[in-house]
Design a protein around this ligand. Structure first.
Ligand SMILES: C[S@@+](CC[C@H](N)C(=O)[O-])C[C@H]1O[C@@H](n2cnc3c(N)ncnc32)[C@H](O)[C@@H]1O
Length: 243
């Protein structure tokens, strides 16, 4: 079990989060190319959190932090950032960037949605982008409950992910249209084969299932933004009191 677990000795039944972390996220070549391939638009995300109440006193947890684009961008604007990820390859890249930036208020923790144990003041913000889809839906529910418990009551979860905003009857047409936007091999960016791999091997769900889970686990959906192609969703979620 990864460090950071607070679950004790349980658990032949606990999902292996490293095994389900995504082939590419454990691949050093992919991680080395990641920042050139994927722009998390982190400065805009920090501005959004500022409008939602981020201050120099705030505690922020980044779950599925990857190479830390957001964690490093938010660090100068808050008191403490905990950047959490299951992938040791991602965390090696992240630790290097933290050291180079001299970001002394960023803590790097190897753990997952299902094992991260938060210590200290409750988080004012949890940020998670393109990571929750690595968990099957049953485990998303468990993970969301744990994120809610990481936040102070009234705290904000900023959640972005590949979430399918269409009906099952439209799935083949929508998924094929998305995969057709992927590049051919060797062309850089996201390849068609990587988008196919996402759909086939990972666990993106429907917006209408995820939103039911969010409400069930104690979040109020304050904002939901869907991409026109029906593939991506961004949420601003407010933690209500413990359930
Ligand atoms: C596509 S990357 C996104 C990284 C970053 N959030 C961004 O937006 O650039 C997905 C990240 O989620 C991590 N991840 C996958 N499963 C996870 C889990 N169960 N718990 C925590 N992190 C996980 C992967 O290791 C990877 O670093």
């Amino acid at each position: 079990m990864p460090s950071g677990s607070e679950a004790g000795s349980n658990e032949g039944w606990l999902l292996d989060e490293v095994a389900s972390a995504g082939r590419e996220n454990l691949d050093a070549g992919h991680v080395a190319r990641y920042d050139a391939k994927e722009d998390a638009d982190a400065a805009q995300e920090v501005l959004l959190l500022g409008r939602l109440g981020l201050t120099s006193e705030s505690v922020v947890v980044d779950l599925g932090a990857g190479t830390g684009q957001f964690a490093l961008a938010v660090a100068p604007a808050c008191a403490r950032v905990v950047a959490v990820d299951v992938s040791s390859v991602m965390l090696t890249a992240l630790r290097t960037k933290v050291e180079q930036a001299g970001a002394h208020n960023v803590e790097v923790v190897q753990a997952g949605f299902l094992t991260y144990g938060h210590h200290g003041s409750p988080a004012d913000f949890v940020y998670s982008r393109y990571a929750l889809h690595h968990l099957p839906d049953f485990w998303k529910g468990v993970a969301l409950t744990r994120l809610r418990d990481t936040l102070r009551p009234g705290g904000v979860l900023r959640l972005s992910d590949a979430v399918y905003n269409f009906e099952p009857a439209d799935a083949a047409e929508r998924i094929e249209a998305w995969c057709a936007t992927g590049n051919p091999p060797g062309a850089g960016g996201w390849g068609r084969w990587e988008l196919e791999e996402h759909v086939r091997d990972e666990h993106s769900t429907y917006t209408w299932l995820l939103e039911a889970m969010l409400q069930r686990t104690g979040f109020t959906i304050e904002d939901a933004e869907y991409s026109d192609d029906g593939i991506f969703a961004k949420y601003v979620l407010r933690s209500t009191s413990a359930q």
